[in-house]
Design a protein around this ligand. Structure first.
Ligand SMILES: O=P(O)(O)OC[C@@H](O)[C@@H](O)c1c[nH]c2ccccc12
Length: 257
C-alpha cells in the first residue's frame, strides 16, 4: 500500500509501454453516491492512479471548471470524512492507487495525525497538498511517513534550479510537474520551455514525473509524455463527466496511453 502500491502499479503500466495517465475528479461532484462507480470506471479505462479532489470553498490554485465542480460538491454536502467513508469498503479489492488532493485547511480542521491515520485505514496511497511549500512541510511530513502515505510534491515552471533539485530529491510516489504558470484549466498548448523543464525534472527525480495543468487532448498527452512519464488531466475530465460524456472520457484515456 501507499508508496509501494503507486510504484508497482506505475511499473506495471510502463512494462506495457504505456504513458502514465492520472485523471483528477472532484469527489462528490454529481453526488458522493457516484464516486465508487467513477473510480471503477476510471480503473477499467486504464488509468495509472486516480487523483481525488476534496472540495474546498477557497481553492486558490483552481480555475473556473474545478471551482464550479467544488461548489456543486460542497452544495450536496461532500466532506473529507464522507469521501474517506466511500473509500473504506473497497480498500482491498481496489487495484488502482488513490491520491487525495486537498488544501491544508480541511486537513487542519480534521486533525493532521487523524487524517494520515485514516488515509492509511481506508487505503489512500498518496496526497497532494498544493498550499504547503517546502519550508512548511514539517507540519505534516512525519505523520504521512508514519502511515506510509506518499507525499507528492509539486514543481513549478518558475522554481529555481536549486529548488527543483530539492523538490526532486524529496519527491515520493511521483513528481507533479505543474506545466503552466497560472491556475488549473484546459488549454490548447504549452510553452516551449516545458520540454526542457520536464527533462530537468526527470534528470533529478527518483520517481516518475507527470505533467499536469492545461492538458485536455490526447495529442497534448503524447507530446508532454515524450519528455516525462505521463500526464494528469483534471478540468477536461471534470467537464466531460459533468456533461455525462463517459464515452469521451474513456476515449481520451485510451488515446493518451
Ligand atoms: O485541471 P487541469 O488544468 O487539467 O490540471 C490538473 C488538475 O486539475 C489537478 O491535478 C488539480 C486540481 N486542483 C489542483 C490544485 C493544485 C494542484 C493540482 C490540482
Amino acid at each position: 500500500m501507499g508508496k509501494e502500491k503507486i510504484a508497482n502499479y506505475f511499473q506495471e503500466k510502463q512494462d506495457h509501454h504505456e504513458n502514465l495517465f492520472v485523471p483528477y475528479i472532484v469527489a462528490g461532484d454529481g453526488g458522493l453516491d457516484l464516486l465508487q462507480e467513477r473510480i471503477n470506471f476510471l480503473e477499467k479505462s486504464g488509468v495509472a492512479a486516480i487523483e481525488l479532489g476534496i472540495p474546498f470553498s477557497d481553492p486558490v490554485a483552481d480555475g473556473p471548471t474545478i471551482q464550479e465542480a467544488s461548489i456543486r460538491a460542497l452544495e450536496n454536502g461532500t466532506s473529507l470524512a464522507g469521501v474517506l467513508d466511500v473509500l473504506e469498503p473497497t480498500k482491498d479489492e481496489r487495484k488502482v492507487p488513490i491520491i487525495l488532493m486537498t488544501y491544508l485547511n480541511p486537513i487542519y480542521a480534521y486533525g493532521i495525525e487523524k487524517f494520515a491515520a485514516d488515509c492509511e485505514r481506508v487505503g489512500v496511497d498518496g496526497v497532494i497538498i498544493p498550499d504547503v511549500p517546502l519550508e512548511e512541510e514539517e507540519v505534516i511530513e512525519a505523520s504521512l511517513t508514519k502511515h506510509h502515505i506518499a507525499f507528492i510534491r509539486l514543481a513549478a515552471l518558475t522554481s529555481t534550479p536549486d529548488r527543483i533539485k530539492e523538490i526532486a530529491r524529496r519527491s515520493e510516489g511521483f513528481l507533479y510537474a505543474v506545466s503552466v504558470t497560472g491556475t488549473t484549466g484546459a488549454r490548447t498548448s504549452h510553452h516551449e520551455r516545458v520540454a526542457t523543464y520536464l527533462e530537468t525534472l526527470k534528470k533529478h527525480s527518483t520517481v516518475p514525473v507527470l505533467a499536469g495543468f492545461g492538458v485536455a487532448t490526447a495529442n497534448q498527452a503524447h507530446e508532454l509524455s515524450s519528455h516525462c512519464d505521463g500526464v494528469i488531466v483534471g478540468s477536461k475530465i471534470v467537464d466531460l463527466l459533468h456533461q455525462g460524456k463517459e464515452d469521451e472520457v474513456r476515449q481520451l484515456i485510451v488515446d493518451s496511453l
